[in-house]
Design a protein around this ligand. Structure first.
Ligand code: IMP
Ligand code: MG
Length: 185
């Protein structure tokens, strides 16, 4: 049985702060979100668009919680800024392979901090003529976004601290933690 919280090796890592969302909470919430998406998209084949790298783990779990035919595509963006802060200038490092016109696109994001990356992506994808475009974000930092948030599906609102794990990194590390915790480094 998987155990929530830091394992023996991680307990010795002083950069790992308190757990914000446990493995079990992630599992339970994704099951709920998947059921909701299944209901909302019944009769359609949503195209899940994952934003690399952070969303890879969430994408894989949410996809398996959706009981519909789905298709996948990925894009990679890099935002200029420091290790823990986005500047809002977003560059597409890898673009989508598929044509979005007429598709029901569900943009899958790991975390919304300032919201700048998401608002850029939303505009960019909307311009490609999808039949619909909704956002599914695992984590949304509370009280940070300047414009009115517009996410159809949100996993967890969290306090505005830097977090790692479950796909999220600091300098490319900790993406493989099965839970989400604050970065104490
Ligand atoms: P935003 O443009 O400020 O909303 O930042 C969004 C992107 O920055 C996310 O897709 C993440 O890649 C990264 N990011 C923002 N906050 C965190 C965090 O707390 N931990 C790890 N990555 C983060
Ligand atoms: Mg990152």
């Amino acid at each position: 049985m998987p155990i929530d919280g830091p394992g023996p090796l991680e307990q010795e890592d002083p950069d790992l702060g308190p757990v914000v969302v446990t493995e079990e909470q992630i599992r339970a919430r994704i099951a709920e979100m998947g059921a909701q998406i299944t209901e909302d998209y019944r009769g359609r084949t949503p195209l899940l668009v994952g934003v690399l790298k952070g969303a890879f783990m969430f994408m894989s779990d949410i996809a398996r919680a959706i009981a519909l035919p789905v298709e996948f595509d990925f894009m990679a963006v890099s935002s200029y800024g420091s290790a823990t802060k986005t500047s809002g200038v977003v560059r597409i490092v890898k673009d989508l392979d598929l044509d979005l016109s007429g598709r029901h696109v569900l943009l899958v994001e790991d975390i919304v901090d300032s919201g700048l990356t998401l608002s850029y992506l939303r505009r960019n994808l909307a311009a490609r003529g999808p039949a619909s475009l909704e956002v599914c974000a695992l984590l949304v930092k509370e009280g940070i976004q300047k414009s009115e948030p517009d996410f159809r599906y949100v996993g967890f609102p969290i306090p505005p601290t830097f977090v790692i794990g479950y796909g999220l990194d600091i300098a490319e590390r900790y993406r493989n933690l099965p839970y989400i915790c604050t970065w104490a480094g």
